[in-house]
Design a binder for this molecule. Structure first.
Ligand SMILES: NC(=O)c1ccc[n+]([C@@H]2O[C@H](COP(=O)([O-])OP(=O)(O)OC[C@H]3O[C@@H](n4cnc5c(N)ncnc54)[C@H](OP(=O)(O)O)[C@@H]3O)[C@@H](O)[C@H]2O)c1
Length: 241
């Protein structure tokens, strides 16, 4: 066992920080990176939103991860709770921000929400063929690329993204979608910011899923810290990376 503190090494400039968070090269299949912030006592939100857990270092990495991604994958609960906006900065090496792909069985999203009015690229709405057609039509009319599938399992979602060449996947939650990805063993990496806060309260944790889930072993790939905020990166244990 070794102490992390006192701090070692210089402050990381943007280029060195980006190099640490680089996706594996030449991906032939989706690589799923998940990014969450939690309080030190494990709360995923404060009063229903994640903003209260934020900090400048978390924001810096949050924006960088978007710049490195081909697509931002998010559950509809997060879009509804946070009036989620699209990414603004282009994915590195391109002139377009990554689209946000929203997963929703119900297609119950507000077409006047920021996601549909604010982004520079249309969102992708991944929904079911059984979702009400009038809701799907409204989202398509608001500019979304609406994809209706027979089922919305992680495998099928990721295959749909891969079909569009979107391999560098950044999942920004929320806990229900993350829980489904965990249950399907579809998570390659977890970037976890630990905010130096005790939140108490009724908030849930970063993953929720069905009983009886298997444990998936991770290996620690990186640890950064700034102003008491801890930024952890865990990878799937095994041959990747
Ligand atoms: N701390 C953080 O980093 C962070 C990050 C993200 C979110 N959050 C917080 O998490 C809370 C939201 O939690 P949540 O669990 O409701 O979020 P969520 O996972 O974003 O949304 C759940 C919804 O996503 C859809 N969904 C998820 N998996 C699906 C699948 N496999 N197939 C079809 N639809 C699927 C369903 O939408 P429909 O109901 O439309 O069918 C489901 O109700 C908010 O308080 C938010 O602030 C925190």
């Amino acid at each position: 066992m070794r102490p992390l503190l006192p701090a070692s090494g210089d402050d990381l400039d943007d280029a060195r920080l980006a190099a640490r968070y680089a996706y594996p090269d030449d991906l032939a299949a989706p690589f799923v990176r998940v990014n969450f912030v939690t309080s030190t006592d494990g709360a995923v939100s404060v009063e229903g939103r994640s903003a209260g857990l934020g900090s400048p270092p978390d924001r810096r990495v949050f924006l960088l991860l978007r710049e490195l991604a081909d697509v931002v994958l998010v559950g509809a609960g997060t879009v509804r709770a946070e009036d989620y906006g699209g990414a603004r900065r282009p994915t590195r090496g391109t002139d377009r921000p990554p689209p946000v792909a929203v997963v929703t069985r119900s297609a119950d999203l507000d077409p006047a929400g920021r996601l549909f009015t604010d982004g520079r690229v249309p969102p992708i709405v991944l929904t079911l063929t059984s979702a009400p057609p009038q809701r799907r039509d409204r989202l398509a009319a608001a500019g979304a690329d609406v994809v209706a599938l027979e089922r919305l399992t992680p495998d099928l979602l990721l295959a749909e993204l891969a079909r569009r060449g979107l391999h560098r996947v950044l999942c920004e939650g929320g806990p229900t979608l993350f829980g489904e990805l965990v249950a399907a063993d579809a998570v390659d990496e977890l970037c976890l910011t630990l905010a130096p806060l005790l939140a108490g309260g009724p908030a849930g944790r970063i993953a929720v899923g069905p009983q009886g889930a298997h444990l998936h072993r991770l290996q620690l790939a990186d640890v950064l810290h700034e102003d008491d905020v801890l930024l952890l990166r865990y990878r799937r244990a095994g041959p990747i990376g």
